[in-house]
Design a protein around this ligand. Structure first.
Ligand SMILES: [Ca+2]
Ligand SMILES: [Ca+2]
Ligand SMILES: [Ca+2]
Ligand SMILES: [Ca+2]
Length: 404
């Protein structure tokens, strides 16, 4: 009896396949020189695990795995002959990725604001990856340290903002990682306002301080700053009020403020010393204008207003009824002075000024030629009325009046 000859295993030629493709590994070329093969056994020996079909047949099948990067699979075939003797061979199957992996997109959510001591929730669930699910990692990167509430590896996390006695910001970084290990980052800024903070140390907490950067314990807020929520300390006192602004009522316009054209100033306003009321400005009733104010051409001053000493009322200005004009006022040509106005002592009324009815003109005032004086106007002592002034018969011209 001859000695049995070993079978010869042949696992076939190495292959290269696409991810997801059906693959057959073929051991049909195996043989036994002096008998027959009684068994085939395929096992995977390397690479991402696949499910082998018909692993006990000459030909076995599997589906190539979907891989993000190239992978190599190895299979070992063992054949057994009719005398129970065995032989083995291996085959490689290279799997190419069907499409390259793309990095995930990290979305940490919009920046937020919170008060100190509050719970802030962050939501990164809008993060995504084209190839599959992502994992999350949150980490504080700046600001006063805080304690997380629960896990920091979830899409949504939360923490409590610490109380520090000052306003601050915290920045929280987010890293999102896909199933293939690619990652992306994002960050979210949380601005935290501490109700007890007082950045400028003026005793007024920031959230109630109309100028939190400059000490102003009195919270002064006058003139143009009224209604704007700005303290005087934060605003240039020489600010120019833009054209066509309506300043509303009860406003005080500080010294040096320049009013633009067409500004409307409401009732009970006070314009301090040196204010300039420009062309087209409209001042409401009972406006008080300080010394050395200038009322320019075309400006209109409402009823009952007071123009201070040494005011200059330029040509063409219109003063309403019962306006009180202070001492040493100069009233320009063609100005219209309403009924029952009082014009202070030492004023100069230039040519062609028209004085309304019952206007009172103070002492030492000069009324120049061609001015018209209304009915029952009362002209003070020592007033100089130049030649050509029209004075009606019932105007009261006391003793000492000089008519040149
Ligand atoms: Ca044999
Ligand atoms: Ca990906
Ligand atoms: Ca303050
Ligand atoms: Ca302040």
């Amino acid at each position: 009896m001859q000695k049995n000859q070993r079978p010869q295993a042949d696992a076939g030629a190495d292959q290269s396949v696409d991810g997801g493709a059906p693959v057959t590994i073929d051991g049909l070329a195996s043989s036994d020189p002096d008998g027959t093969l009684s068994a085939y056994a395929w096992v995977q020996s390397a690479g991402p695990t696949v499910v082998l079909q018909e692993a006990d047949q000459a030909q076995a099948r599997f589906t190539a795995p979907t891989v993000a990067s190239a992978a190599n699979l190895e299979f070992r075939l063992t054949v057994t002959d009719n005398d129970g003797e065995r032989a083995s061979d291996s085959v490689s199957v290279a799997v190419t990725p069907t499409q390259p992996n793309t990095p995930p997109v990290a979305i940490a959510g919009p920046d937020q604001s919170a008060v100190a001591g509050a719970t802030v929730s962050l939501d990164a669930s809008a993060s995504h990856d084209a190839e599959g699910p992502v994992t999350y990692a949150w980490q504080q990167t700046s600001g006063p340290s805080f304690a997380w509430q629960g896990a920091t590896d979830a899409a949504t996390v939360s923490f409590t903002t610490p109380t520090t006695g000052a306003d601050y910001a915290v920045i929280i970084g987010l890293t999102v990682t896909d199933t293939q290990g690619l990652s992306a980052s994002d960050a979210v800024v949380v601005q935290v306002q501490d109700p007890n903070s007082d950045a400028d140390g003026d005793g007024v907490p920031d959230d109630r301080d109309n100028c939190p950067s400059v000490p102003n314990p009195g919270q002064e807020q006058t003139g143009y700053n009224l209604g704007r929520g700005l303290g005087d300390a934060c605003v240039d006192p020489n600010v120019k009020i833009p054209a066509s602004v309506d300043l509303g009522t009860g406003v005080t316009i500080a010294k040096g403020v320049k009013l633009g054209d067409q500004v409307t100033i409401g009732d009970n306003t006070r314009l301090e010393q040196g204010a300039t009321i420009k062309d087209g400005a409209t001042l409401g009733a009972d406006v008080s204008v300080g010394e050395k104010a200038t009322v320019k051409d075309g400006a209109s001053v409402g009823d009952g207003s007071t123009l201070g000493r040494k005011a200059t009322i330029k040509a063409g200005a219109r003063l309403g009824a019962q306006v009180s004009v202070g001492e040493k006022t100069s009233i320009g040509e063609d100005a219209l002075i309403g009924d029952r106005c009082a014009i202070g002592d030492d004023s100069t009324l230039k040519q062609q000024v028209v004085l309304g009815m019952d206007v009172i003109v103070g002492r030492n005032t000069q009324i120049k030629a061609a001015a018209q004086v209304g009915d029952r106007a009362s002209i003070g002592e020592a007033v100089t009325i130049r030649a050509g002034v029209v004075v009606p018969a019932d105007a009261v011209i006391p003793d000492g009046t000089v008519v040149k």
